[in-house]
Write a protein that binds this ligand. Sequence first.
Ligand code: ADP
Length: 373
Amino acid sequence: MIQRNRAEESDKLKTAFIQNISHEIRTPMNAIVGFSAMLGDPDLDSNTRDTYVDVIMNSSNHLLEILSDIIDIANIEAHLVKLNPQSVNINSVLKSIHRQFISKAEEKALEFTVMLPLKDEEAELITDNTKLHQVLSNLVNNAIKFTEKGSVKFGYYVKKDFIEFFVKDTGIGIPAEQLLKIFDRFYQIEDHVSKKFEGTGLGLSITKAYVELLGGRIDLLSSPDNGSTFFFMLPLKKPDVKEFVKEESRLVFRFPVRRKILVAEDVESNFKLINFFLANCNAEVVHAPDGKVAVDIINSDPGIDLVLMDLKMPVLNGLEATKIIRASRPDLPVIAVTAYTDDRVKAMEAGCSSFIAKPFDKRRLIQVLKEFI
Ligand code: ADP
């Protein structure tokens, strides 16, 4: 009986999700298609053109956010999410989130503050930088989204063996009977949805899964009149070696010795983006527009240090190409670049060393380069 109820509940959630997600995807898509068409008007003045380009960029970014949420959930379900523990300066992470959201908070005239009790040079912790960033930015994003007046405060407290992070808002709050449900996949409080807040109901389930992966537990205090406070504790693991790296400097990366990277990618614009990310890294970038060319280049050029391998390519796909490459170069790092969870398992089976989830940013690319070269 309980199992049947669960199955029905899960079916209902999935249907609601599909309806909601198609609306969420259609809205930015309509803007992108509509405004792109209008850009073709030869009489447009440059101000109007800039406004259209802004709309297209914002809608595209929003679309990317939705897609990356869906990919994250799929990865979590397939147990493919791995931690990358490193020395992280939590003050840098929190400051960058503050910078990221300050204009959103200002648009709503909210008081927006970050509390950092540790000095910058003492705020190092061993954790996963990307996941911690994503957890906190999801919570801060929600706090601003669901608060019309008052304040959003976030930060941390230092306890004996752990750090307690918190995000506190004075927003619309959450009724007691829904407090646990909001962490379910696809769940959105109906009252909130009817007030036309954007969202897919995925953010908090990703957040909860990541906090647990990081060794913590997420909890909240909330009531409709008093706003909400989300908090979670992480173990206070200090780095052994003092290595204070500024958040921004991680994006500036150069190989000490010049390296050669083969990018196997059939879509020209994707190749251009990777090429752009790799500029100033002290790397020579070689392009293969399909898997067959990639194999030929590897066979004729022993100087290739790493391959970024798109999986869906004409002539010879990335999986087949990787299998062939593995026979002659068993130690060459081949990184699969893919958006599909299923493909990731296949990629590892075909002999890829790791994968990068599409869409990816420069930070993720550099992380992989550092790991494999
Ligand atoms: P969504 O993308 O819909 O925001 P989330 O998983 O992040 O998805 O949140 C699920 C639901 O929990 C939201 O739709 C909203 O109803 C509720 N919620 C989340 N954070 C807050 C908050 N700070 N204040 C009030 N309600 C919230």
